[in-house]
Design a protein around this ligand. Structure first.
Ligand SMILES: NC(=O)c1ccc[n+]([C@@H]2O[C@H](COP(=O)([O-])OP(=O)(O)OC[C@H]3O[C@@H](n4cnc5c(N)ncnc54)[C@H](O)[C@@H]3O)[C@@H](O)[C@H]2O)c1
Length: 336
């Protein structure tokens, strides 16, 4: 099976989603699913023998569990024409998508994201991977889901920290798209914003599947974000919100920082938790070491996505030593 570069995005209420899933009730329904959302799902799924349940998706996103899942599905009789459903947050969809990419050289998969972050980012775009002891997402593939089924009804049980994480990625989209920026300031319901973000990413990926051009803008805020995620052990989107904040601060982009503050307030993000001063465990040396081995580093320079104005970004090559010097000179890092 050859992976296509398109996937269909659908927005469904829970009953509509159940109705679609129920169509597979009597056939072979294969899924990788997060145990945390079991109570959200139709009862027949809980009792289905073909579900590979994950207890701790981020911890389970590794080669060992990947191997167990592949073996499980082969034993259950999966074949080339089968589809694997991924029901859970971004860690679940990453693992399930990678399983789907490799079984019999690729079977179809459908994403049913259940966190805000997975709805707007993690489940979209066909980047699937597992973590390695050497770092996150180091083994993976490009394998588009045939379909992404977004159901906002899952969001009701998200923890505060998962909300912050999802909203952190929303914040990024508001710099990439004027439409999302304006929706956010109008404070429309989060489901509507989520759908606009998902649609935006879907379209970018359709135009630039292999990240040769505009897809790279989706990495806005991620260079510092990944380093915060690693050193502070905070959720991905939370780290991205901090990555954006400090990118603007360190690069002296005052207009973008003023927008950031306005948007973060509109999203009701806890501003104090997005400041370095709130973290006692911050280790500047390991933060800088992490930046050094950032995968976007080419030679001695970093490829940073920079905001010119809302909806208008470009990539700037910044010498690593200059960027590090700017970080070290910033008061928040100096006093950390
Ligand atoms: N492939 C990509 O393009 C891409 C993009 C961004 C992030 N990611 C990956 O996504 C992961 C982060 O995504 P995430 O935050 O969704 O992670 P996650 O899957 O670990 O979910 C976060 C937590 O929320 C729980 N959860 C899931 N749905 C829930 C619900 N409806 N109610 C209550 N709790 C629920 C999970 O059990 C978990 O504890 C990372 O592994 C990251 O690398 C991938």
């Amino acid at each position: 099976m050859i992976s296509t570069m398109k996937s269909t995005l659908s927005y469904l209420k829970k009953l509509e989603l159940f109705k679609e899933l129920d169509d597979h009730k009597d056939g072979q329904f294969f899924a990788v699913a997060d145990q945390r959302v079991k109570n959200h799902l139709p009862q027949w799924i809980s009792f289905s023998p073909n579900i590979f349940w994950l207890k701790h998706p981020e911890e389970d996103k590794n080669l060992e569990v990947f191997g167990n899942a592949v073996e499980f599905f082969l034993k259950q009789g999966i074949c080339r024409s089968s589809t694997i459903y991924a029901i859970g947050g971004g860690a679940t969809t990453d693992l399930a998508g990678f399983v789907a990419a490799t079984i019999q050289r690729g079977v179809n998969w459908v994403a049913v994201p259940t966190t805000l972050l997975a709805m707007i980012d993690g489940s979209i775009g066909g980047k699937v991977a597992v973590n390695m002891p050497q770092g996150k997402n180091l083994v993976g593939a490009f394998h588009m889901p045939e379909r992404v089924m977004i159901c906002g009804d899952f969001l009701g049980t998200l923890s505060e920290s998962e909300w912050v994480s999802g909203k952190g990625e929303v914040l990024k989209y508001a710099f990439l798209s004027r439409e999302i920026h304006d929706l956010l300031l109008r404070k429309v319901p989060i489901e509507e914003i989520a759908l606009a973000c998902a649609q935006f990413k879907t379209e970018v990926v359709e135009r630039d599947f292999h990240e040769k051009g505009e897809r790279v803008f989706l990495n806005l805020g991620h260079t510092l974000g990944h380093a915060f995620e690693f050193t502070l052990k905070i959720p991905h989107g939370h780290a991205v919100a901090m990555g954006l904040r400090y990118l603007f601060k360190v690069m002296g982009n005052d207009d973008a920082f003023a927008e950031w503050e306005q948007l973060a307030k509109a999203l009701q993000l806890p501003l104090e938790k997005l400041e370095l001063g709130s973290y006692r465990n911050f280790d500047l040396k390991s933060f800088l070491d992490y930046l050094e081995q950032d995968k976007k580093k080419s030679g001695t320079s970093l490829r940073l996505v920079v905001v010119k104005s809302i909806g208008n970004c470009y990539v700037e090559e910044v010498a690593m030593k200059d960027f590090k010097a700017k970080i070290c000179a910033h008061a928040d890092f100096k006093n950390s």
